[in-house]
Ligand binder design. Structure first.
Ligand code: SF4
Ligand code: SF4
Length: 280
């Protein structure tokens, strides 16, 4: 039961409530135009193209495989930028027990863990095992997901999960397909299902003017989720598109919203009964 791990951040205050260990799994089934972590999308093909770009000789190529020396790495990210496969030479294959060993070191200082990606639900059995270990020690478990796994078919994973932070990138299916390559019917189904089970902790939408109809998306998501608010409050995070990390061929066509536009969208949410609204 292995997952490919991109990185583990021991302490994060931006991946859910409180101080958390954030685990980023490698691989994604979407291709979002504004992806801010494209190096988490693909699988390392051991092509060796990144090796000579490393300024500290932390990478080497032997027997047709790339090796990574974490002691020599200065985290300059040059290797990601030279990868033709949207991957990283720094990934590691780990069992849930190995990840738990890393998490355990932070127990006195964290409220829980958040698993993100890439798309972490590509590894449902791994997540179920890891979360079961984590919950048994009194820590909370959150998933950061694009919503393409049908959660209704994974009751054991849902039982071990305290909340899901769900990206809804557009309400209109054609717009969603244009942004991500995916129709959004499963994502909207998951939003309703998770909200009905009190497992929808947060919804996120990235705002980039002209990319999709932001107002329609927010109004329709609100109308869809408002009936579930009495079951569990749902945080809505509005994320301003920023070009940092975005692949250059897409970044040149995307716009950054103004602060006024973001406030306007937050006002729409508040008028529809959402109380926990964050703009970042
Ligand atoms: S981030 Fe990549 S390129 Fe930079 S030092 Fe580490 S291994 Fe080398
Ligand atoms: S990280 Fe990318 S460039 Fe480096 S060996 Fe793997 S596939 Fe090739």
């Amino acid at each position: 039961m292995l997952a490919t791990v991109n990185k583990i951040i021991p302490f994060s205050t931006v991946d859910g409530p409180g101080n958390r260990t954030a685990i980023f799994l490698q691989g994604c089934n979407m291709n979002c135009l504004y992806c801010h972590n494209p190096e988490t999308r693909g699988k390392c093909m051991h092509c060796g193209a990144c090796v000579n770009s490393c300024p500290t000789e932390a990478l080497s190529f032997k027997n047709q495989r790339v090796s990574y020396d974490s002691v020599k790495c200065v985290h300059c990210d040059t290797c990601f930028k030279n990868c033709p496969y949207d991957s990283s030479p720094k990934t590691a294959h780990m069992t849930p027990e190995q990840v738990w060993q890393v998490v355990q070191k932070q127990i006195p200082f964290i409220r829980g863990i958040t698993v993100s990606g890439g798309e972490c639900t590509l590894y449902p059995a791994f997540l179920t095992k890891l979360f079961t270990l984590v919950q048994a020690h009194g820590l909370s478990t959150l998933i950061d997901s694009n919503g393409t796994l049908d959660f209704e078919h994974y009751p054991d994973l849902l039982a071990a999960t305290d909340g899901v932070m769900l990206d809804i990138k557009a309400y209109d299916s054609e717009e969603h397909k244009r942004i991500t390559g995916w129709d959004n019917s499963i994502i909207l189904k998951n939003a309703r299902f998770l909200a009905s089970k009190a497992k929808l902790y947060e919804v996120r939408t990235v705002i980039s003017p002209g990319l999709f109809d932001g107002e329609q998306t927010i109004m329709q998501i609100c109308d869809m989720l408002r009936p579930y608010l009495p079951i569990r409050p749902i945080r809505y995070k509005l994320i301003s598109y920023r070009p940092m990390g975005v692949r250059p061929q897409y970044a040149k066509n995307l716009q950054i919203p103004t602060a006024n536009q973001m406030e306007y969208y937050a006002g729409l949410l508040a008028a529809k009964g959402f109380e926990d609204i964050i703009i970042i």
